[in-house]
Design a protein around this ligand. Sequence first.
Ligand SMILES: Cc1cc2nc3c(=O)[nH]c(=O)nc-3n(C[C@H](O)[C@H](O)[C@H](O)COP(=O)(O)OP(=O)(O)OC[C@H]3O[C@@H](n4cnc5c(N)ncnc54)[C@H](O)[C@@H]3O)c2cc1C
Length: 417
Amino acid sequence: MIRQVAVVGAGIVGACCAAWLQRKGLCVTLIERAGAGEATSFGNAGSLSPTAVMPVAMPGMLRQVPGWIGDPLGPLTVRWSYLPRALPWLIRFLRCANVEQMWRSARALRTLLAPVFECYEPLVSKAGAQNLIRREGIVYVYDSEAEFLASKPGENMRRKLGAVLEDLTAADIRRMAPGIADGFRWGTYAPENGVTINPHRLTRAIAGQVLADGGRMIAGAAKSIEALGEGRVLVRLARDGAADELAFDALVVAAGAWSRRLAACAGDRIPLQTQRGYHVTVDNHGLGINRMLNWVRRRVFATPMDVGMRFAGTVEIAGLDAAPDWRRAHALLELGKRLYPDMNTGSVSRWMGHRPCLPDSLPVIGPSPRAKNVYYAFGHGHIGMCSASGTGRTIAELIAGETPQVDLAPFRVDRFN
Ligand SMILES: Cc1cc2nc3c(=O)[nH]c(=O)nc-3n(C[C@H](O)[C@H](O)[C@H](O)COP(=O)(O)OP(=O)(O)OC[C@H]3O[C@@H](n4cnc5c(N)ncnc54)[C@H](O)[C@@H]3O)c2cc1C
């Protein structure tokens, strides 16, 4: 019988898995090498969008590849030096850029994302962190009618999957986003979407409550995992320079973009790649805006956070180890100024993070087919904040021996074999 469960990684996904496992009455140990929420869950755009179902690989993308490599400041770029290592993953990714896969991924994502608030609610209520989540909808804006009209097929697809999307007039946009530049006259409103006003604090609050409720946190890096006999799972740790071994009844790998090596220890080869993204957060911006905006053509999110106005986005394929290219963060700031020309930009901070991405834009959620009682919860790509709460509930249902409410077939680990 499973009693003691280890969760490797205390990002938003690991924190939600741990909290939901505890709700099922299991004893949880979080293993985290940095601090809760200090990696990718620190600086994302904070959108909590049940409508964010479109995969990254879209039909027609192949035509754009030369541009990705040629423009280091474009919305999606591949660093020349990393191209040979990224190529096998890029080929798989581009193979997913077809209509059939687009629908398959979008349908699956909708099932995972639709209960986002329902699955966060018990966690944030317990942690007293309800104020970190706001449900005021998100506004998608366009600076040309042609772009607005080009977005309609994607919108209609999302509507078919149950998303609520309303067209906005130029006056609506002015009212919802005071201070926005005059050129943004076309828009769509997604009332069911929301945001967290601080992803780092939200992750810390959920992880902190796990500890307050009797969970353990081990500060250290999981170096390897191994399935032992009788269903026990061994994890080898490095902490304070000393090696250590601990055994659990079950283990969840939720180490975000760093999960591939741990899965390989269990015999599972999973094509995980980092899509690096950046933010700039403008403190004392002087804008009176409380709603998140997405400038669709430039793929930039503008989120009013408790720490300032955050402009986040861009995809850079350059691996886990390369130094950040801060010109990309600067480019986001320039776009932010075009969105809000009167913004005060005196005080700005910048950040880079690693989205954990699989070629079909779906995470891996479920048991290892090879190692008994090893479970995976990683690869949440661009939508980890939105899908973490549903993932946590699903993993807890699985480990507690219940039938998960979400159909896990599209998320299974061996789908790339
Ligand atoms: C610019 C940008 C904007 C984004 N905007 C949004 C958005 O608006 N909405 C949305 O839903 N998503 C967004 N995302 C995506 C979202 O941030 C990620 O999907 C999510 O944070 C992934 O969470 P995670 O818990 O899987 O990974 P992480 O937050 O990276 O957590 C993994 C944790 O595992 C730990 N770890 C790794 N290896 C080990 C090991 N061996 N031993 C112990 N610990 C280990 C790390 O220290 C880390 O704390 C954005 C991402 C970026 C970069």
